[in-house]
Write a protein that binds this ligand. Sequence first.
Ligand SMILES: Nc1nc2c(c(=O)[nH]1)N(C=O)[C@@H](CNc1ccc(C(=O)N[C@@H](CCC(=O)O)C(=O)O)cc1)CN2
Ligand SMILES: Nc1ncnc2c1ncn2[C@@H]1O[C@H](COP(=O)(O)OP(=O)(O)OP(=O)(O)O)[C@@H](O)[C@H]1O
Length: 179
Amino acid sequence: MEKKALRQILIQKMAQLPTKNQEEQQLQQKLLALPQWQQATTVALTISQALEVATQPLITQAWAAEKQVYVPKVMPKRQLAFLPYTSTTPLVKSKFGLYEPAYQADLVVTKFDLLLLPGLAFTAAGQRLGFGGGYYDRFLAQHPQTTVSLALTPQFYVTADWPVEPFDITVDQVITVSR
Ligand SMILES: Nc1nc2c(c(=O)[nH]1)N(C=O)[C@@H](CNc1ccc(C(=O)N[C@@H](CCC(=O)O)C(=O)O)cc1)CN2
Ligand SMILES: Nc1ncnc2c1ncn2[C@@H]1O[C@H](COP(=O)(O)OP(=O)(O)OP(=O)(O)O)[C@@H](O)[C@H]1O
């Protein structure tokens, strides 16, 4: 299926998920139990939107464990800038509806102990379908690093049901409720 058509199907599926809360708590717990998470002193993740697996519990846990948390801000030319996020960082709603910190060049970081990659669909081999901006593919092409993603059951595919393109960067580890 085309990426665009599959994105629409997945967005609908996720909006209708009866088991989202239950599953997302399991996924959050699994991530918190990973050595890569526990050993990380810097973590990059997103500020999730309603449809996505919630990241706020992870952010709160990271703060409690005194990890440094970084979240992305969308920049010109489809670039991402990761900026520090603490409990006192003011967030601004972007034109895409995402909450982001203010840009400050001297605070930008490009390498983390662990980067949690958002997405709509994932395969066992780590192939990933994002929201279509190509932001993470571009960022990771320039700044390779350890990545992990959380996949709800309807987001997990054994093999990619969409065209995997040369610029698509795979996720190191995809966590699901069953694996
Ligand atoms: N919570 C969260 N934050 C995130 C991401 C994410 O997946 N989830 N991103 C993951 O990458 C980045 C932002 N991703 C974006 C992806 C597409 C568009 C965008 O251009 N949307 C246009 C459509 C343009 C087009 O079709 O070319 C629009 O909505 O009008 C913006 C941001 C960074 N922050
Ligand atoms: N390394 C790169 N350099 C330049 N352009 C790129 C790169 N990676 C991806 N792109 C462009 O980004 C566009 C979107 O890619 P794709 O549909 O795979 O996005 P996505 O992975 O779903 O989105 P995201 O990474 O934002 O979650 C493609 O048209 C592609 O040409």
